[in-house]
Design a protein around this ligand. Structure first.
Ligand code: SF4
Length: 326
């Protein structure tokens, strides 16, 4: 079975940058015809040139050789979308070879990067090799610097992507509103959450982003001790209504997509770690907020799909049925 034939009822909408299926189609029935995931996040390396305060995927896992990565990628045949990620994927020494290697193997090739490695030449190459790019900005300069650093390099990378007309998603993590540990990097003073989200929506519009994706944090990696409870319910609904009103008032064009984990449910994402271990994430019932369910080095993707406990959450999320969209 090829990538074009799995889930023929599901199509990728370039304008909205998401998978879609007729609303009348039941997710459970669609799942029953799948033999591999629709989409997976493939971590080339966990090394990164930044050290973000809340990083959920910090260093500490050894990566694979180029040949091992190629072998694992071949095993994902039939999957529709691969998201090359990390760590910082562009820091993997054979990044460009891998990017060339995945050409034609998947319907969509996506790069999730911090953008600091993107200048004119890289953007020109990426234009030919990726369908879109995901980049996180943590807010205006002060907020971003405290969380992530390298604000100017990130913005410059984003500008190169815009100049090269590469479709873009701008991502921001919505930090919880409650008071935090005073030793925490994110302690006040800082802009209010709404100020930051407003800024990100404006930046997304200025950069021509197809999507502005707002994520709430998960207790994983360095974020594990950042908050006691998920941001969910009325707090997130109110944020969505605020941004919808601001979008109308300001004429922003980007779609605003908000993830409320309590709506999405656990384990929607396949993360393929650099050594081949495959985990479902986020799984907050587990101590480290993820659930390992196999290894792509030793198993087939179909075997892993069989063992994967969150199939419905996976497809519902990628069809945006469990997301808040404005
Ligand atoms: S969040 Fe991304 S950019 Fe930041 S340290 Fe982690 S992998 Fe690197």
């Amino acid at each position: 079975m090829t990538s074009a034939t799995m889930l023929p009822e599901v199509r990728f909408d370039e304008r909205d940058q998401c998978y879609k299926a007729d609303d009348a189609l039941d997710v459970g029935e669609l799942v029953s015809s799948m033999h591999v995931p629709l989409s997976a996040t493939y971590q080339l390396t966990r090394e990164c040139n930044l050290a973000c305060a809340y990083c959920s995927e910090p260093p500490g896992i050894k990566t694979s050789t180029l040949e091992m990565h190629k072998m694992k990628i071949d095993k994902l045949a039939g999957m529709r979308r691969i998201i090359l990620s990390g760590g910082e994927p562009m820091d993997y020494p054979h990044f460009w070879e891998v990017l060339e290697y995945v050409q034609g193997k998947f319907e969509l090739i996506v790069l999730s990067t911090n953008a600091t490695r993107i200048e004119a030449d890289e953007a020109a190459r990426l234009r030919e090799l990726v369908h879109y790019v995901d980049v996180t900005v943590d807010g205006p300069r002060y907020q971003h610097q405290r969380i992530r650093g390298s604000y100017d390099a990130v913005i410059e990378g984003l500008m190169w992507l815009k100049l090269n007309k590469i479709p873009l998603s701008v991502i921001c993590v919505y930090m919880p509103a409650e008071e935090m540990d005073p030793t925490n990097l994110l302690k006040r003073p800082r802009p209010t959450n709404r100020d930051v989200m407003h800024y990100i929506a404006q930046q997304g519009d200025m950069l021509g982003a197809v999507k502005v994706k707002i994520l709430t944090p998960i207790p994983k990696g360095r974020s594990a001790g950042f908050f006691d409870e998920f941001a969910t319910g009325p707090e997130i609904e109110n944020l969505a209504e605020f941004l919808a009103a601001e979008k109308k008032k300001n004429g922003w064009k980007s779609r605003i997509v908000i993830s409320d984990w309590m709506k999405i449910g656990q384990g929607h994402a396949w993360l393929i770690e650099p050594d081949g271990r495959v985990i479902a994430s986020p799984v907050w019932d587990e101590p480290e907020c993820y659930k390992p369910f196999g290894n792509l080095t030793t198993q087939t993707a179909a075997e892993l799909w069989d063992a994967y406990p969150y199939k419905t959450e996976h497809l519902a999320k990628y069809l945006e049925r469990t997301l808040i969209v404005r």
